[in-house]
Design a binder for this molecule. Sequence first.
Ligand code: TMP
Length: 309
Amino acid sequence: CCNKNSSYTSSRVEMEKADSFVVDDQELLDKKISSIRNAGPAKLQVIADFDATLTRYWINGRRGQSSHGLLQQGNPEFDVKRHKLHEYYHPLEFSPTISIEEKTKLMEEWWEKSHGLLIEGGLIYSAIKESVSNATIAFREGVVELFEYLEERDVPVLIFSAGLADIIEEVLKQKLHRSFKNVRIVSNRMVFDNDGHLVSFKGKTIHVLNKNEHALDMAAPIHDQSGGIDGPTDDTASVEQRTNVLLLGDHIGDLGMSDGLNYENRIAVGFLNDNIEKSISGYQKSFDIVYLNDASMLGVVDLVSQLCS
Ligand code: TMP
């Protein structure tokens, strides 16, 4: 394919056979890599989207499910209603022809309706575990290696998702079979009553196009959470001092995940899973590296090893 980059790294040669990628400005990328490397791992943090970024887009010929999509709330009528919403809104989410303003309104509508149906349909906590174990969801090859490599170097990973925190947590538990002390989640967090029924969501809804408004949530101390901030964490000061950012996303809106961080250098890696021909030019302008065709995470592992060497 349209791989302009041959110097990204020498050990990429083997990986390129499987994972095609595009780099718009090699010189700029090289500069960023060397600045981040010179500053060292103590200055680095990784911010990653979850659905279709950490997870695969295709699994054995079927579309991988999102944290929302995999949830079976044990009330078929409501599952069907949410599925219909997905059929309507998902193509709009990735449409290259709808303006950002219009798309933002549509996404607000989708999240409001979907969260409303989960509450109205009487989701109970125990349905989460079962849904995850029955789900078509898998991490991209290399995600465990990435988390391990970063954990060994005390580099924090923030999973920043417009999905559902409770589900992401369960997916990590069931699919990775271990926890990582450097990984935390900022996402929509459910509130259950004493009988285990979903009654509300914490804080302001995060959808795919307002991540920028929530970017500062991730710097909030763990004991002062208003939204879905979970897991072990650096304290606020430490996250703010990590002025080099590696951002991973599959949506242009994911670039907003680093807004509010006063970063010095940011390398943005995009996974373009669908609509490749129509979207490639926009992605190429927005992301430093764009991976195509549901690539693995191995290229990012390789990149991170350059950043931390
Ligand atoms: P992300 O921020 O981890 O990419 O998660 C958001 C994804 O969730 C987005 O691609 C759309 C998807 N989604 C559903 O599949 N069903 C839903 O009901 C909603 C609201 C979102």
